[in-house]
Write a protein that binds this ligand. Structure first.
Ligand SMILES: C[S@@+](CC[C@H](N)C(=O)[O-])C[C@H]1O[C@@H](n2cnc3c(N)ncnc32)[C@H](O)[C@@H]1O
Length: 318
């Protein structure tokens, strides 16, 4: 089966990694390997160590990257395992000069009905990116109490009607398919609100997907590991699609930039904080109108990036 996914902010990603020294880029969210293949094509002195927790994506990526031989390695792993994967791949022999995260879901995950991510198709309620393990969306909606379900809907998608939807889910249980869930969400939302802001079940599906895949929980440890792994002059870049993700990235990059400095703003730092990295652009980058027109799924994307600073006076760019 073909794997069709348009890489977001591709030219910007290539530009960001153009100045890094020779070595290995970790693509923490390999997907269809669009970014990875473009990096390998444009820089003959780079290797890619790719991770994806979705075994279907991994197969597609391996096929896409076969032409690069041993310059590309693809590993089935969740990206909070980054440090272990890097160590096991022996990538420590090659400097890690970049880490790329292109967060969220690939187009095939949404578009293939059997993955159970979409309110547009009727299929078993699954939503796991890693189909080999963990709780499905059906497990989550059928086993979580009403108060916790409402909290998930509020926390991960700011759903205004979280309580009504949670009550409707609990009343209708067991809820086993995307079609059942979508229909009961539509019916739980007051009629005037159903007509605004896209499909009425969109936010519920997003929140449940984020909870099933623990999408926000894995970001902070993975960013720590990424910043730790790269050599001086190496770069860490993150494309996020959701304000909850972007907040975590922004906060971690700010900490990398100011080293946790507690001195009053505007005054010289006397608290001994040491910066780990420099921010490459305040506010980051968003896609152009032309990119969004060509690929509407890019609309909510924001890319932020940092460059690692030398940690000791002697440590130079490799
Ligand atoms: C937006 S797609 C990446 C597309 C890719 N950059 C490209 O150009 O083809 C995101 C991919 O990251 C994977 N993914 C999301 N969260 C992950 C995590 N915590 N660990 C590993 N893979 C993850 C998904 O399974 C999906 O295949």
């Amino acid at each position: 089966m073909t794997f069709v996914h348009q890489s977001v902010l591709l030219d910007r990603v290539l530009e960001l990694f153009a100045p890094v020294p020779a070595g290995t880029i970790v693509d923490a969210t390999l997907g269809g390997a669009g970014h990875a293949a473009a990096l390998l094509e444009t820089r003959a002195d780079l290797r890619v160590l790719g991770l994806d927790q979705d075994p279907h994506a991994l197969l597609a990526a391996q096929a896409r990257l076969a032409e690069f031989g041993d310059r590309a390695t693809a590993v089935h792993a969740r990206f909070d395992q980054l440090a272990t994967v890097v160590a096991a791949a022996g990538a420590a022999n090659q400097p890690i000069v970049g880490v790329l995260f292109d967060l969220g879901v690939s187009s095939p995950q949404f578009d293939r009905p059997e993955r159970g991510f979409s309110y547009r198709n009727n299929a078993p309620l699954d939503m796991r990116m890693d189909t080999t393990t963990g709780r499905t969306a059906a497990d989550l909606v059928n086993d979580t109490n009403e108060r916790d379900l409402a909290a998930i809907l509020r926390r991960y998608s700011d759903e205004r009607f979280a309580s009504r939807i949670a009550k409707a889910i609990v009343y209708a249980r067991p809820v086993l398919t995307t079609g059942e869930l979508s229909e009961l969400v539509v019916n739980a939302i007051p009629a005037p609100a159903r007509r605004k802001g896209g499909h009425p079940a969109k936010r519920t599906f997003q929140a449940i997907r984020i909870a099933v895949n623990e999408e926000l929980d894995v970001i902070p440890p993975a960013l720590d590991a990424a910043i730790d792994a790269v050599v001086a002059g190496g770069r860490v870049a993150v494309i996020s699609f959701h304000s909850g993700e972007d907040r975590l990235v922004k906060a971690r990059f700010r900490l990398a930039e100011d080293g946790g400095c507690s001195c009053p703003p505007g005054l010289p730092c006397v608290c001994g904080a040491v910066a780990e990295a420099r921010l490459l652009k305040r506010g980051g980058w968003v896609p152009t109108a032309a990119e969004i027109e060509a690929n509407p799924r890019a609309a909510s994307a924001r890319l932020r990036a940092v460059e690692k600073l030398p940690t000791t006076p002697g440590e130079d760019l490799q």
